[in-house]
Write a protein that binds this ligand. Structure first.
Ligand code: AMP
Length: 419
């Protein structure tokens, strides 16, 4: 027997119902905020991620599904959405569109070769948004408000929004220099990843999993002390909007993003439940990326976005015991007795379905009792029994399954009964 690849999952019908409901709600929410859907390929040139996600990141160094295609091109299954959306923005010259900023969202599978655990898969579905073309604290606030709105609209309560500013490119340059100076004397005590990060990506040392308790991490310089006036004002304005919108948040100066193109606002949405005992608490991550478009040879536009996986949203729902209320809502199950009735039911089903009635019948030659059981299992709202007598009299009993009440109607009227 061939098994499913490690870190992937089959989403079976009971679960896909939840996914459909979640995805439908997300599409509706996006309309409220005037974001439009974009669909980019599942695979891209490896270079896009090497540059757009960053050579020094774990994602690029360790986690990408990369292969050569038959034309000897290096191809990678996308590990995240932003780089591809920005590539498409540049390629399609969206900076020239009349409607600015360009507000986009995506929803689709991403691939990372990670260690499997609850909430972490090798194929997962990320929903994300990108607002490109405006550098304005109000759009940062809009994006943060959306994150909260999305999660709260599913009834989730134990949420913590963590924000920080990593300043503009000048601020972070100074900060990086300070970090290098700070870590240089003790870098020999750090893991090999950190040693190689010192000059390529010193901010990443701050969130090293191996050395997180090292004294030098605890007393490292804080980004907030390196923000220039412009960056401080930008951050203050974002926070003022959040206050005005009654969006609670906590600030965490250790929330940094390692790459040069990240600027200003950085944020994460976390599970905040004292009873939660899972290892993974981050639900969603995002931030502003003022240098990314230029890095990918695009115009000097700026953007902000976030992404979360549907898998983690489901995990949070499960944690809080929230039932999405998905129903199996077959309108009608037709029980038949005899060959003639069965043939009639085939025609009738066709007619019902073309009139928008969700209906089904038996195909397993079950006895009446078995057919009734099947109707129960399918949670059909109504059943009818059709036999020779019903056909002859043109009369049937439509039974409401929950109450047990039934009503006699003309067989030829059945479509109208449901409309
Ligand atoms: P990142 O692109 O690493 O900032 O991740 C953004 C969000 O994507 C996370 O907050 C998760 O919701 C989701 N995510 C990232 N990696 C995985 C994974 N391996 N499995 C499931 N969800 C993931």
């Amino acid at each position: 027997m061939i098994n499913i690849p490690r870190g992937t999952q089959d989403i079976l019908p009971e679960e896909t119902k939840k996914w459909q409901l979640i995805e439908a709600k997300l599409h509706e929410l996006m309309k409220l905020y005037n974001y439009q859907e974009i669909r980019t390929p599942i695979f891209e040139s490896t270079d896009l991620f090497a540059r757009g996600v960053g050579d020094s990141t774990d994602v690029v160094q360790k986690e990408m599904y990369t292969f050569k295609d038959k034309g000897d091109r290096s191809i990678t299954l996308r590990p995240e959405g932003t780089a591809a959306v920005v590539r498409s923005y540049i390629e399609n010259k969206m900076q020239g569109l009349p409607n600015q900023p360009v507000k986009l969202y995506y929803n689709g599978p991403m691939f990372r070769y990670e260690r499997k655990q609850r909430g972490r898969y090798r194929q997962f579905t990320q929903f994300g948004v990108e607002a490109i073309g405006a550098e304005n604290p109000a759009i940062d606030a809009e994006v943060l408000a959306m994150v909260m709105h999305i999660y709260q609209s599913f009834g989730l309560k134990h949420l913590k929004l963590v924000i920080n500013s990593i300043g503009d490119i000048d601020s972070r340059k100074e900060y990086n220099e300070a970090l290098v100076k700070h870590f240089e004397p003790v870098i020999g005590e750090f893991c090999s990843d950190c040693q190689s990060r010192l000059h390529t990506n010193p901010m990443r040392i701050l969130d090293c999993k191996v050395d997180q308790n090292h004294e030098a991490i605890q007393n490292a310089p804080k980004i907030n002390d390196y923000l220039n006036e412009e960056s401080k004002t930008y951050f203050a304005n974002v926070k003022q909007y959040l206050d005005e919108l009654d969006i609670p948040y906590v600030e965490d100066s250790n929330l940094v993003r390692g790459l040069d193109y990240y600027t200003h606002t950085a944020f994460e949405l976390m599970i905040d439940n004292p009873d939660y005992d899972g290892a993974i608490t981050t639900l969603c991550g995002g931030g502003r990326y003022n240098g990314l478009l230029e890095l990918l040879d695009g115009p000097s536009e700026t953007g902000i976005g976030f992404a979360f996986s549907i898998e983690r949203l489901l995990m949070a729902l499960e944690e809080e015991g929230i039932d999405l209320g998905v129903e199996n809502n077959l309108d009608l199950f037709i029980v038949t007795m005899g060959e003639e009735a069965d043939d009639y039911a085939v025609q009738l089903l066709n007619k019902l379905r073309h009139n928008g009635v969700k209906a089904d019948k038996d195909y397993m030659e079950r006895k009446i009792k078995g057919q009734m059981k099947q109707a129960d299992r399918l949670k059909a709202r109504y059943t009818v029994v059709i036999g020779d007598q019903e056909l002859e009299n043109n009369q049937i009993n439509v039974k409401h399954m929950e109450s047990g009440n039934s009503e006699t109607i003309r067989l030829s009227e059945i479509v109208n009964f449901f409309n």
